[in-house]
Design a protein around this ligand. Structure first.
Ligand code: ADP
Ligand code: MG
Length: 326
């Protein structure tokens, strides 16, 4: 039965690469990384009820499990190549595995990623994915290169996935706007939650321009905090500069919207720092690949991340909402 499931997965993930000398079917895969490059390797686990709502479709789950991993490679400026999939399933549900593999394969095909191995075991639903990519030696984007004076940007828009998650929860009184909203608005937000688009091309475009980069998975402020800590700098974010989709603008008033944008998470956009002299180049490179980027703040001497309101006062966001810092 396990082999039947592995075959169902393998047959759907059909990307073939010359650098895969030996793929699924032996005790280990044999892979040939290109000369002059470093291997970028990352792994992320998705646990039901923690990293995705229990009702998420198998197809969306397959997509998302790969997407969140590719997002980490994007943040390094790496080009994805190979992936391993460790699936733990409560039972040998072939329909689930087929739908999962279809969603996974759809995104893998978009990025030319070959599934080269994995593991299939029984237990509480758990999806572990390990991705490998290449980046020319010493040219990866890291978290530790930001310098005071750099500008801070983010790709795309923020807060949609968090809004989609909140609004899937019918028990959440704050979700009322959502159920009154047009179906296409609702679907746009939920799609951002279930089918994030890893910013691979944007990461590659920023390789020689950004001084630091991270993907926004835990929430913008929390993730920028990692850049601040690793780079030993402070970061100021302008609350009113945060980019919002039309769906988010339509459903949420300003204060609630800012909370979703700054802390919601699951955005899988890239937040990056760039020296002022390279900012125009970075924006031009990104617009050439059809990826918008918005300037949201600046790197300063000091430590930590502060969000500023339009009047320059610090805007402190707490779990329960936001309030002005006196
Ligand atoms: P072993 O017992 O040697 O660990 P397995 O029986 O677990 O081998 O797996 C057989 C082959 O199938 C291996 O090449 C393994 O990498 C691959 N494989 C197992 N599960 C998966 C999966 N979920 N996705 C992709 N490949 C898998
Ligand atoms: Mg095994």
């Amino acid at each position: 039965m396990e082999f039947d499931l592995i075959e169902a997965i393998r047959s759907r993930c059909s990307v073939a690469r010359a650098d895969v000398r030996l793929g699924i079917g032996d005790d280990a895969a044999l892979l040939a990384p290109p000369a002059g490059h470093e291997l970028a390797v990352s792994t992320d686990t998705l646990v039901a009820g923690v990293h995705f709502p229990i009702g998420t479709s198998a197809r969306d789950l397959g997509w998302k499990a790969l997407a969140v991993n590719l997002s980490d490679l994007a943040a390094m400026g790496a080009t994805p190549a190979w992936v391993l999939l460790a699936l733990t399933l409560p039972d040998a549900n072939r329909d689930f595995v087929v739908a999962f593999a279809d969603g996974f394969a759809e995104l893998a095909a978009q990025h030319g990623v070959a599934l080269v191995g994995g593991d299939t075991t029984r237990g509480p639903l758990n999806v572990g994915v390990t991705v490998h990519g290449f980046v020319a030696s010493e040219r990866a984007l890291r978290r530790d290169g930001a310098r005071a004076g750099d500008l801070v940007f983010v790709t795309g828009t923020l807060g949609d996935a968090a809004a989609g998650l909140r609004c899937l929860d019918r028990a959440d009184v704050r979700a009322q706007e959502f159920f009154n909203a047009p179906a296409d608005t609702r679907e746009a937000l939920v799609a951002r939650l279930n089918r994030p688009s890893p910013r691979i091309a944007a990461g590659a475009a920023l390789r020689d321009l950004a001084s630091a980069c991270i993907d926004v998975s835990d929430g913008l402020l929390a993730d920028l905090d990692h850049i601040a800590a690793r780079s030993k700098v402070g970061i100021e974010v302008d609350a009113d500069a945060l980019p919002a989709s039309s769906a988010l603008l339509a459903l949420f008033a300003r204060d609630e919207r800012v909370v979703l944008q700054a802390t919601g998470g699951d955005d899988y956009e890239l937040a990056f720092c760039v020296p002022p002299a390279k900012a125009a180049d970075a924006q031009r490179h990104l617009s050439r690949i059809g990826c918008g980027a918005t300037r949201i703040g600046r790197v300063v001497a000091g430590e930590g991340v502060r969000m500023l309101d339009h009047d320059g006062r610090e805007l402190v966001i707490e779990r329960s909402g936001w309030n002005h810092f006196a």
